[in-house]
Ligand binder design. Sequence first.
Ligand code: SAM
Length: 243
Amino acid sequence: MTTKNTSGRGQRELRVRVKTAKGRKLSSTLWLERQLNDPYVVRAKKEGFRGRAAYKILELDDKFGFLKPGCRVVDLGCAPGGWCQVAVERVNALGQKKNKAQGTVLGVDLQEVEPIAGAEIHQLDFLSDDADEKVKGWLGGRADVVMSDMAAAASGHKGTDHLRIIALCEAAAAFAFDVLEEGGTFVAKVLAGGAENELQALLKKNFTKVANVKPPASRADSSEKFVVAMGFRGRSREGADDE
Ligand SMILES: C[S@@+](CC[C@H](N)C(=O)[O-])C[C@H]1O[C@@H](n2cnc3c(N)ncnc32)[C@H](O)[C@@H]1O
């Protein structure tokens, strides 16, 4: 591994170059190089977050302010746990801010997640038949925020990946309609690609404000964006398509 000043202007912008190694594919070398040069990766390590994804929810919350002390949060697709870490801190799930309400964070993922103080985490395929009921049971009531960063492993086919993420997003939205408190917030990752229009229309009927955002922490070369739907109108409007 070597470092190189890439600015050419004498500034301290050192870029890490990774040499190809025997047994390592070029794609792995390029991935490693990108990780080592990504300021969000460096910052996450320094600030104790489990991944750069933490900054996406931090930036979304800085803009929209949905993670408030006392909020009950469900985090779908939470591994390795960056969003949960942010939520625990912002909703005061550990009760460290004594003069503020104490919230809760419930995370689920296909993968096992190392425990996070202040969060309850379960391993679960959210697309399995009884997933909604299981999560509702763990939640034991309503939620103020349902957020989903779920993404299936990339297939290499753009259209397939897009449809898969929309399916995950629709499952998350259906769950949100079921458990959100009136006024609640739904946040989900989507990929730009067209098939999200139906979902957008449904969200617009069920929430007072729907925004599509690409936070700075989301890589510019990724087609991912986030939908932030705030002000849940309540269950009587669920699936309403008669207007
Ligand atoms: C981009 S990662 C989430 C990162 C997370 N927000 C964080 O901050 O650490 C996407 C996650 O979605 C999960 N996932 C994909 N399909 C899922 C499913 N059907 N049920 C539960 N989790 C799923 C993956 O296992 C993966 O951990």
